[in-house]
Design a protein around this ligand. Structure first.
Ligand SMILES: Cc1cc2nc3c(=O)[nH]c(=O)nc-3n(C[C@H](O)[C@H](O)[C@H](O)COP(=O)(O)OP(=O)(O)OC[C@H]3O[C@@H](n4cnc5c(N)ncnc54)[C@H](O)[C@@H]3O)c2cc1C
Length: 485
């Protein structure tokens, strides 16, 4: 069996390895000269900037890929559990250190609102139920038939999947700060906590189950370890070439054509590239049913991301590894981003400081950071060539006021990525940060199927298909493939 993988994100690499373990002849094709997709690495003047994922959860899904070939993960990667998972900082300066230490969690909650301690305990119990169903049972189930979905509907309704994550959390927690904090997880996978189905409340429990880890040397070192494994297992890697079209005959896959016109034949093509871009740009000759055309059209895309990477000539020792700073008008900010598709000055952001855990990420005496600000995706028609610099200055001003005093004068290295990068470089529709949104109407059967209904031999892994975005999600999508191919 010859299988081609288009794209080298975590989902594509996992698919390549899983199919290789089943004796497929595997070729992985990546547009860029380096692997990783959203998890690419940018190295500049002694700083190592991980492009995307930084919070590593469910590490067993990464370890499994090495174990498929009887290799020891620790010979390739080094994952370190973190003590403090996130430091939340509120507009009035209040801080909350969120971790797996339940006593410390409850002590901090008690100080904010004593009545919410009980609610927190109940919430955790309920998210365990969602986790048992939504992750343990369903994350790697192929949802390509309506019957599979229908069978699950009663259980999903019982778990209140029709509610949003924020509304679920609010039914247990009264304090607004705690509500925001405990319902923020959809933002990690491209959803608005106020509209994302409460199934994604499972992330709260998933973090508690296996902890939050950091990959020493950066997340890029996991990609590096997996690339080494792919080379050892004779997976053929074609880097620096884009797939220009997918070739099929009578709705059966025949292979792909590259940007240099070279054709490569295959029995299966597995797309790790964004599904809508694949359907619109790589399968131009295939016929789509009216139902499928409607499905494509109604999909709502996740927010865009403005990511500012910077290195400083001093260290900010009191800044945690992961900080989440809430703006005052949090809900309005999210509404502007997701619904009105416009920018708002009252930003909330996530600040990553890997050099808090790993000194190798910056030159001695320096600090390495990125700050991620959710922004509208490119349906907004924002001109990022003008707005990019403004956004960078706004973010620096905001960080100078609170977390990083005198930041501007200490920056020695910097660059930023906008939704244009995600659209043009990573081929993502509307430059969204996480492909389609994790809404109930776009989950499981309602998402782009892992096994395409358009063409025999065509499959999908990665953020736009089941189960969805985030490293555990895309690694699980490759496990779905294991069951159907
Ligand atoms: C800034 C940021 C921070 C994040 N933080 C976290 C985090 O802390 N924890 C977490 O779990 N998740 C995080 N995520 C989400 C997570 O990174 C993604 O959901 C996941 O990495 C996406 O993987 P994927 O398999 O869908 O492929 P992608 O990473 O999207 O890769 C797709 C690849 O396909 C290639 N490609 C596209 N079209 C073609 C073509 N025609 N020919 C050849 N190649 C093509 C692209 O170049 C790209 O390399 C973050 C995402 C971002 C952007």
């Amino acid at each position: 069996m010859r299988s081609i993988i288009i794209g080298s994100g975590f989902g594509g690499i996992a698919a390549a390895l899983r199919l290789k373990a089943k004796n497929h002849e595997v070729t992985l094709i990546e547009k860029h000269p380096d692997l990783g997709g959203r998890a690419r690495v940018f190295k500049k003047n002694g700083f190592t900037f991980d492009g995307g994922p930084t919070v590593i959860t469910a590490p067993y899904l990464i370890n499994e890929l090495f174990e498929l070939f009887n290799k020891k993960p620790e010979n390739y990667i080094k994952l370190k559990p973190l003590k403090i998972w996130y430091r939340f900082v509120f507009e009035d300066g209040m801080k909350f250190d969120y971790s797996g230490d339940e006593d410390q969690m409850k002590d901090q909650i008690k100080k904010i609102n004593i009545d919410d301690v009980r609610g927190y305990e109940e919430l955790v119990k309920f998210t365990k139920k969602i986790f048992d169903k939504g992750f343990t049972e369903l994350a790697d189930v192929p949802f390509d038939k309506p019957l599979v979905m229908m069978k699950q509907l009663p259980a999903l309704l019982k778990l209140k999947s029709y509610k949003s994550v924020y509304s679920l959390v609010s039914s247990y927690i009264k304090n607004e700060k705690l509500r925001r904090m405990l319902s923020m997880h959809p933002l990690l996978v491209g959803g608005n906590p106020f509209t994302t189905t409460s199934i994604y409340g499972l992330i709260l429990y998933l973090e508690k189950k296996w902890g939050i880890h950091y990959s020493m040397g950066g997340t890029g070192n996991i990609i590096k370890g997996l690339e080494k494994l792919m080379n050892e297992e004779n997976i053929s890697l074609i880097k620096g070439h884009e797939v220009a079209s997918i070739i099929s005959l009578n709705n059966k896959i025949k292979g792909v054509k590259l940007d240099n016109q070279k054709e490569i034949s295959a029995d299966n093509v597995i797309c790790n590239a964004d599904p809508l871009t694949v359907y619109e740009k790589l399968l131009t000759k295939n016929k789509f049913s009216s139902l499928f055309k409607w499905k494509k059209k109604r999909m709502e895309y996740s927010m865009g991301l403005f990511v500012y990477y910077f290195g400083t000539k001093k260290t900010y020792d009191d800044v945690e590894h992961h900080t989440i700073k809430f703006g005052d008008k949090y809900r309005e900010h999210l509404d502007d981003i997701f619904e009105k598709k416009k920018l708002n000055d009252d930003i909330s952001y996530y600040l990553h400081r890997p050099s808090a855990t790993d000194k190798s990420m910056a030159p001695e005496g320096h600090d390495c950071f990125y700050v991620l600000v959710p922004v509208p995706n490119n349906q907004s028609l924002i001109d990022w060539s003008k707005e990019g610099e403004k956004m960078k200055n706004l973010v620096i001003d905001k960080m100078e006021e609170t977390l990083l005093p005198n930041l501007r004068e200490n920056i020695v290295e910097d660059f930023y990525l906008t939704p244009d990068y995600f659209e043009k470089e990573l081929n993502t529709k509307y430059g969204s940060g996480f492909s389609i949104q994790p809404k109930f109407t776009q989950s499981a059967y309602f998402r782009f199927h892992n096994k395409s209904e358009i063409c025999k031999g065509l499959y999908f892994v990665g953020a736009g298909t089941h189960p969805g975005a985030g490293v555990p999600g895309v690694l699980s999508s490759a496990k779905v493939l294991d069951k159907i191919l």
